[in-house]
Write a protein of this length. Sequence first.
Length: 225
Amino acid sequence: MADRFLRFASSVFHVLADGELVLLDARSNEFVLFDRDASRELVDAIEGRAMSSLAERFIAEGILEHAVSMPRLNRSHAPGLDDFSWSESIRYKARHHASCPSAQEVLFAGLSLAKVCVLLKCLSLCRLLKSGQANLCSESPASATLDREICALIRAARWLPCKVACLEFSLALRERLARHGVNATVEIGVQKYSFMAHAWLEVNGQPLGEPEHVARSLHRLRGTQ
């Protein structure tokens, strides 16, 4: 049958990490982790081998949808990180991107962060990620520009009443760099054991303001291809 295959909805990002599925439902901004048995059930249903009650429930909930051909699942064998936190990411940014942004730059950075915090409450993560994602190649930002924008965001975040962590920072940095003609993408990666998720910004596959091993070590979430 033409519809015997399934695919994840466009609002669901996934990774099959060493046989275990991790989903990010960008409508509710919730992560869902599955053990190997449940993951195998879902993969069998997606690839048209056998339907399961779990897959049927996900179809009803809009997480899965019928497809005319077998989708390519996002599989990863990244090694993972022993431990990594947002505070470590901030320390890395402050140490490797030291600069002295002007008061005006800090003000504009604060406005970008505040805007992102409001949008995350009003819009789905899926819409926010897609609204600024650019698949075009881009010139990397000048080092001085990147340093100033990162430092301005760090300083502005100290004065905002809303929570600012990796996702808010990455979305705001993407907006700030776009004003300099830089097309950057927000990436989200996870690890399964001691579960953690982390967002960062990349240009042409190169992480900005992050140690490179972080991007290499996490399972990247992707939409169905």
